[in-house]
Design a protein around this ligand. Structure first.
Ligand code: SIN
Ligand code: FE2
Length: 202
């Protein structure tokens, strides 16, 4: 297996895993997904609007509303989720598993000013499967914590084309995105950042 560029608290970081052409091709595929299953701005269970816009691909999508955080078979507007683009599955096969494919690829779009508060990914049935994260577009300041809310944190910048595998002790570690650096990438017309997170759900 390929070695990560660096490991920070069990988060395995593969800098520049996707070259610029691969990034551009993936964005083309993601435009198709978003055309079929529009990006929406979810609210948290307490009713607060998130700053990130979201949609999903795969058998399941991850949603949030007044009813809670959960996986759903359908987009909130009623359509099924599009298939996970092949290039995403190729990254998964190279870095996670060629036996089991992810059930969900959550697509997060960060416009300038968007952020993601510290949280754990814990709506899945089996935490032995890592979460795979792909960054596209503007740089993001990614914050890594511990297994406990409010634990000591450290941050690093994720750039377009970077891939992170959150497995082992990182699987349930708190993490979030403090901010993006608007204008740092020309990958996305109109700017911003896309983050993909792939998970085995059930
Ligand atoms: C997330 O943890 O849901 C997003 C991580 C990221 O945007 O890099
Ligand atoms: Fe997360």
């Amino acid at each position: 297996m390929t070695e990560p560029t660096l490991i920070l608290r069990d988060f395995a970081i593969y800098k520049g895993w996707l070259n610029p052409q691969m990034q551009a091709d993936l964005v083309t595929d993601l435009r198709d997904v978003v055309a079929q299953a529009p990006l929406l701005r979810p609210v948290t269970p307490s009713g607060k609007a998130m700053s990130v816009r979201m949609t999903s691909a795969g058998r399941y999508g991850w949603i949030s509303d007044r009813g809670g955080y959960r996986y759903a078979r359908q987009h909130p507007q009623g359509m099924g989720w599009p298939a996970i683009p092949a290039p995403v599955l190729e990254i998964w096969q190279a870095l996670v598993s060629d036996v089991r494919m992810p059930d969900c690829c959550l697509i997060n779009f960060y416009a300038p000013g968007a952020r993601m508060g510290m949280h754990q990914d814990r709506d899945e049935a089996d935490f032995n499967w890592p979460v795979l994260s792909v960054s596209l577009g503007d740089d993001a300041l990614f914050r890594i914590g511990t297994l406990a809310r409010g634990g000591k944190t450290e941050s690093l910048w994720l750039n377009s084309g970077d891939v992170v595998v959150m497995g082992g002790a990182a699987r349930l570690a708190y993490h979030g995105v403090d901010r993006i650096r608007p204008g740092s990438s020309s990958l996305l017309r109109g700017g911003g950042r896309i983050n993909l997170t792939c998970r085995v759900v059930e």
